[in-house]
Design a protein around this ligand. Structure first.
Ligand SMILES: [Zn+2]
Ligand SMILES: [Zn+2]
Length: 520
């Protein structure tokens, strides 16, 4: 609930402190004409601010954008009016009145060591800054945070606009029906969709259900590049609807609309605004295990809203909750083209990294590279650490010079990264040695996958499934193989292999596989 509180009360914890909201408000009550003007102004600006969580500076930026900025004196009075009439809640952006264990960022909900006390030029004291949501701009004790009540009318006007996605496959259509059935009974559903199953098309069908009923949708993804990739697809599918893309540096940062695609942090600027959330790659950084961001998404949703958690690799504890029917789960075990996922082959090589460093022959690695060339494919060579990229390239230069000429490397923080990946997609390079940064999201048609040093602890079962999931994505190229090169068989490798086989078996049993594509 929004508490109605005066601005003075909101800052009771900051007695004697100046704040970014400006000088103290006049104590005298507003009278006659002034009251009418303020009330009218409040009524005019509330629809623009409804359902938002904003700092004072953001309120100003937003209203200036819509050419509604009345100047700070009138604005303070209008905000006070909204607060007293229960349409806005005003509180310090970071609550730090008591001892540090009680500190909390009111914008992102974070408690912990990323709340830091620093000297502050604005209040002239040491006040507390939240570094957890720094991406959204600084939240600190002496900054007021405004939480505006959602609009009274939770639906937007809009005629039915057909959703134009690629026609769903039989397996996808069946899955969509199962998701609908679950959402009619439960608040949230986990959708476990195999890599390359066409989850975006399925989600668009569900999202259309909500939009056609005039209900707003929030689509959360972990990374900016996914937001950028998704926006044109959704605009095409929902032609005529306004799709807002929010990420750090987005030009639309303070806008809202019927369909908002956002990185997790951007969802923190909303309050009870959406009726459906699609949370993509819930098992990935930064969302997984981050309670503050999870609660932030919860706060952005209306009471009674529904949530779809989407992943190709649910963490073991979620699978367990699914089995016990605590977390309703819908499984789509098959790719859109009906071919099974390539199952990884484990190739053991004694003292693998020593051989790489000393540039000794490694038979399975050479065999893999040769096979890629023979089958006219390309390959990702995944390595566990940044320094391994150059180690593997040096090994290739010495032991496989012909293949080395067609190879490049990428890693996080590599300035050439985007260009190298683009050239690889264009087919300029045959082999790409990479760390797990390309584990998700990058799709190249004729790809093979080798995980070099697959026994390293960075390669969790989920990471291995994601990397293996790069292969066989295109229906026209099914020759891609997945090899795990390893000193030792680890639990993660065996689990990844078992899981992929299990998904293929499920697909077969459900009759989703192309005839003759897979022998159980
Ligand atoms: Zn924060
Ligand atoms: Zn301060």
């Amino acid at each position: 609930m929004i508490e109605s509180s005066s601005i003075g009360q909101a800052f009771a914890g900051n007695r004697g402190r100046k704040n970014a909201f400006g000088p103290a408000l006049r104590e005298a009550p507003m009278m006659g004409e002034e009251m009418t003007a303020v009330r009218e102004l409040a009524a005019e600006i509330h629809p623009l601010l409804a359902g938002r969580v904003l700092l004072w500076e953001e309120v100003e930026r937003l209203l200036r954008k819509y050419e509604k900025w009345p100047g700070s004196f009138l604005m303070r009075r209008a905000l006070q009016w909204l607060s007293l009439s229960g349409m806005a809640d005003i509180r310090p952006a970071v609550r730090s009145a008591g001892p540090p264990v009680t500190w909390k960022c009111e914008r992102c909900g974070y408690r912990g060591p990323l709340l830091r006390q620093t000297p502050c030029a604005i209040c002239g004291e040491r006040c507390v800054v939240c570094e957890h949501c720094l991406l959204l701009g600084r939240a600190r004790t002496c900054f007021p945070l405004f939480i505006f009540s959602p609009p009274d009318n939770r639906t937007f006007a809009g005629s039915e606009i057909a959703c134009r996605t690629a026609p769903l496959t039989e397996a996808q259509a069946k899955t969509v029906e199962r998701i609908r059935a679950n959402l009619s009974q439960h608040r949230q559903v986990l959708v476990w969709a195999a890599t390359g199953s066409g989850k975006t098309e399925m989600m668009m069908t569900i999202v259309a259900d909500w939009l056609n009923r005039g209900k707003k949708v929030l689509w959360v993804t972990p990374r900016k590049d996914v937001v950028l990739e998704l926006k044109p697809r959704l605009e095409k599918g929902f032609a005529g609807r306004r799709v807002i893309a929010l990420y750090g540096g987005s030009a639309q940062t303070l806008e809202t609309g019927e369909l908002v695609i956002a990185t997790a942090h951007q969802a923190l600027r909303f309050y009870r605004s959406f009726e459906l959330a699609v949370v993509d790659e819930v098992d990935a950084f930064p969302l997984y295990g981050n309670r503050a961001l999870e609660e932030g998404i919860g706060r952005a949703l209306s009471p009674g809203a529904k949530k779809i958690l989407l992943t190709a690799t649910p963490p073991p504890e979620w699978k367990a909750l699914g089995r016990r029917e605590i977390l309703p789960t819908v499984l789509l075990p098959v790719r859109y083209h009906g071919y099974p996922m390539p199952e990884p082959a484990l190739k053991r090589e004694w003292r693998l990294w020593q051989k790489i460093s000393k540039r000794k022959p490694i038979r399975p690695l050479s065999a893999f590279l040769r096979q890629v060339v023979e089958r006219k494919g390309q390959a990702f060579l995944f390595v566990p650490r940044v320094e391994d990229v150059s180690r593997v390239l040096r090994w290739m230069k010495c032991c496989e010079p012909d293949f080395y000429r067609e190879a490049r490397g990428v890693f996080a923080g590599d300035l050439q990264r985007e260009q190298t990946v683009r050239h690889f997609r264009e087919g300029k390079w045959r082999f790409l040695v990479t760390t797990t940064i390309l584990e998700r999201g990058v799709t190249v048609p004729a790809i093979h996958v080798a995980v070099i040093g697959a026994d390293h602890p960075v390669f969790t079962a989920a990471a291995l499934v994601q990397m293996a999931g790069r292969a066989g994505r295109s229906s026209s190229y099914q020759e891609g193989e997945v090899w795990f090169l390893t000193d030792e068989k680890t639990d993660a490798q065996l689990r990844a292999k078992r899981e992929i086989k299990w998904l293929n078996d499920c697909a077969k049993k459900e009759g989703f596989l192309k005839d003759g594509a897979y022998n159980l």
